[in-house]
Every structure is written in C-alpha cells, then in structure tokens.
Design a protein around this ligand. Structure first.
Ligand code: ATP
Length: 235
C-alpha cells in the first residue's frame, strides 16, 4: 500500500533521514520506533507532504505521491494525527472534527454520519461535542486528533506519538481503539517512542536511529531481540 524508497530529508546541515526504505501492506499495523530525534516525525510529515524530501520516492496504492501537496495526499487516502495533537484549541470538538474532512466536498448528511461514526469509536468525544478543544484533557485531545484524521476516511492512518504525555490508563484505552480500528480494516503506520507499547500491537516494525533504519522485522521478534531490548525496552 505504501512504499518509501531511499528517502532522505535534510534540515540545513542536519541529515534527519539518510535514505530509508519502508513498506506498509494493506491491513497491517507497522510501527516506527526510536528515541527522541531519530527522525520519526520527519518521516511521517514527509509522507503527508508537509516536508520536502531531498531525494527518494514515495508510492501510495501504486501512485507516485512524491512532492504532492498535502490536501492531494489526504484526498488519495492518507491522513495523519500529528505529534502533540495540534487540535484547534478555540474550536469545539465538533468543529475540529469537521476540519478533518475540509478537503472533501461531503454533504452535511455525510459529515454528520462521519461524526456519528467517531462518537461510536470515541464516546468521550460525544459527551464533549460542543466544548472547546482546549478544555479537553490530554487523552481526550489525543482521541480528537485521531478522530479528526479518521474524518477523511483514510485508507492509511499515520499516528505520531499517540502515547505522548498521556496517563497510562488512557494510553491503554487509545491503543485498544487503534487495534480495533485495524481489525475493522484500517492500515496504520505508528511512530512511537514507547517501543514496548508499539511492538505489542504491531505486525511489523522498523527501528530508526539517527535517520537510519538499524533493524526491521516482525514486531514479535523485535520484542525479543537483545539489542532492541537493551536500547529501547529497558534491558
Ligand atoms: P520526536 O519524537 O522528538 O519528534 P523524532 O524521532 O520524531 O523525535 P524528528 O523530530 O523527526 O525526530 O527529528 C529528527 C532530527 O531532525 C533531529 O535531529 C531534530 O533535531 C531535527 N529536526 C527536526 N525538525 C527540525 C527543524 N524544523 N529544523 C531543524 N532540525 C530539525
């Protein structure tokens, strides 16, 4: 479904991604694990067309999407829940959700049925529909960011650090929903610093270090890999 070939991204003199290959097949949860600054966010933002690559190619559903504008990429079926949530603080939950399908000319009825679908996934958002997003807890904002991305009815959902700064119990709830979304057919690419959490729910994973993929494979094997355990799973 997604094929990234030899992707390199620089920020001036900093080489954030040094020519990496990543593939995601339909129906998978694939995670990208690695510490702070490894290049995970840069990778997801480049796929979404928010950062321009220095070299490399990105294919989605056999289309070459390299260099396309973000709204075109969203229309083709990739949407992203960004790191740090980035909800629109002064807009209500409902308005934030509607922004998620801004690039589409959905009818009012389609938008409403989409919102109803989100409330079924995230009942908490239903209870807070008319509140400003700024008043939500961190966990609720994370749910909103994911739901906003889902409003575009993506084929591939990109999730950047959904566990960041959220209470462990709520993280468990969110990861359970991620697994359920995948069971219902959503393909997911997940960037996570919390390697244990990510590997537990993923089919396959890539380990990113200083802009290079140092390991890849079945998530269950990486969970038992001695180097991964030492570096990312606390020994
Ligand atoms: P985090 O989880 O902290 O976001 P990450 O794995 O997502 O980490 P990136 O944010 O992609 O990593 O950063 C990769 C490298 O690029 C780091 O060295 C970072 O300092 C650098 N970098 C990221 N954004 C910029 C920017 N806008 N300008 C300059 N350097 C940047």
């Amino acid at each position: 479904m997604l094929l990234v070939e030899n992707l390199a991204v620089d920020y001036g003199a900093i080489q954030a991604l040094k020519g990496i290959h990543v593939e995601v097949f339909e129906g998978e949860i694939v995670s990208l694990v690695g510490s702070n600054g490894a290049g995970k966010t840069t990778f997801l933002r480049t796929i979404s067309g928010l950062i321009k690559q220095k070299s490399g190619k990105i294919f989605f559903a056999k289309n070459n999407i390299t260099g396309l504008a973000t709204h075109e990429i969203v229309k083709l079926g990739i949407s992203q829940s960004p790191e740090g949530r980035m909800v629109f603080p002064d807009m209500s939950v409902k308005e934030n959700l509607i922004m998620g399908c801004y690039s589409f000319s959905f009818s009012k009825a389609e938008i409403q049925s989409n919102i109803d679908r989100m409330v079924a996934w995230f009942p908490r958002l239903g209870e807070r529909m008319n509140q400003k997003a700024v008043l939500l807890s961190g966990g609720e904002q994370q749910m909103l960011a994911i739901a906003r991305a889902l409003m575009a009815k993506p084929k591939l959902l990109l999730l950047d650090e959904p566990s960041l700064g959220i209470a462990p119990l709520v993280v468990q709830q969110i990861f359970k929903i991620i697994v359920e979304l995948n069971r219902e057919g959503m393909t997911i690419l997940l960037a996570e610093q919390n390697a244990r959490l990510a590997l537990k729910i993923s089919h396959r994973a890539y380990v990113l270090e200083l802009g290079t993929i140092i390991k890849k494979g079945e998530a269950s094997s990486l969970l038992h890999d001695k180097d991964v355990q030492r570096a990312y799973l606390g020994g």
